[in-house]
Design a protein around this ligand. Structure first.
Ligand SMILES: NC(=O)c1ccc[n+]([C@@H]2O[C@H](COP(=O)([O-])OP(=O)(O)OC[C@H]3O[C@@H](n4cnc5c(N)ncnc54)[C@H](O)[C@@H]3O)[C@@H](O)[C@H]2O)c1
Length: 267
């Protein structure tokens, strides 16, 4: 059990949580953390493996279920939240975690690829939030947590679309935080630095071969050496922040983007 799950043990009992991009990586860790603290969690992903991920949580004695959904398809998003309404009638926490990245020189980055990254990282978070708002209102308020990134703070080379999407999600969250505050709905972003997921394996190899003659793992090691806390984030480090933000202890925090990156970025 992670430190956050121990601190918030039982805190989310009776609360209903939806986590997107939950078949693996950070999203799966977030789903597990909320479920470990007593929540009923619905895991969403376009990857059918999300069903197995939920089954694994259930086998740990946790309350979890799954639905396969492409979050860039508005009709699918509407249908999945209609299902949430039917089943739970209300929602306490929405985590818009699903995300994609590609790394490419500008000459090779098509407008369609640029739009695809925005569609998942920014627009899908908007669409899911729009569908969730009536359910969050029905719960008497709640928490929306959106995945941004270190690239929500500063653009990296070869990822103009990803940086735009992750800065965009912060602006969107600030706007929605103002609109939804009267309903008791708080909207915040989390900005991970380096988390060693499948996404990072791709980053390491694609940035590595463009930025020098790096062998697998060498670039990430170099970047980690520059992090003040000298290690990458564990998935649980990110989940711990989300438990706090969604908890009653985070009730005065809205419209914020919070770095969870070992000090990689300090603004
Ligand atoms: N790994 C890192 O170092 C890092 C750093 C900063 C921010 N982030 C952000 O954190 C989030 C999670 O990252 P991760 O490393 O776990 O990534 P990951 O690639 O391991 O997992 C992302 C999940 O999102 C799902 N997904 C993608 N497009 C989808 C769609 N259209 N509909 C439904 N599901 C979809 C994928 O199937 C996958 O299961 C992302 O938003 C990412 O941008 C990650």
């Amino acid at each position: 059990m992670s430190a956050g799950s121990a601190i918030f043990a039982g805190h989310f009992a009776g609360r209903r949580v939806v986590v997107t991009g939950a078949a693996r990586g950070i999203g799966l860790g977030i789903a597990q953390a909320f479920a470990s603290c007593g929540a009923a969690v619905l895991l969403l992903d376009r990857d059918p493996g999300v069903a197995e991920a939920a089954t694994e949580l259930v086998s740990q004695g946790l309350e979890a279920s799954a639905a396969v959904v492409d979050l860039t398809d508005d009709a699918e998003v509407k249908a999945v939240f209609a299902g949430v309404r039917e089943r739970w009638g209300a929602l306490d926490v929405l985590v818009n975690n699903a995300g994609i990245i590609t790394i490419s020189e500008i000459e090779n980055l098509s407008t369609a690829d640029f739009a695809r990254v925005l569609a998942v990282n920014t627009t899908a978070a908007f669409a899911a939030t729009r569908e969730a708002v009536p359910l969050l209102r029905a719960a008497g308020g709640g928490s929306v947590l959106n995945a941004s990134s270190g690239q929500g703070r500063q653009g990296f080379i070869y990822t103009p679309h990803y940086a735009a999407s992750k800065m965009g999600v912060i602006g969107m969250s600030q706007s929605l935080a103002k609109e939804l505050a009267p309903d008791g709905i708080r909207v915040n972003c989390y900005c991970p630095g380096i988390v060693e997921t499948e996404m990072w394996a791709y980053n390491d190899s694609e940035w590595g071969r463009r930025l020098g003659d790096y062998r697998p793992g060498e670039l990430i090691a170099e970047w980690i050496a520059d992090i003040p806390l000298k290690r990458p984030a564990a998935v649980a480090d990110v989940a711990n922040l989300l438990l706090f933000l969604a908890s009653d202890a985070g009730s005065y925090i809205t419209g914020q983007a919070i770095n969870v990156d070992g000090g990689m970025f300090m603004s």
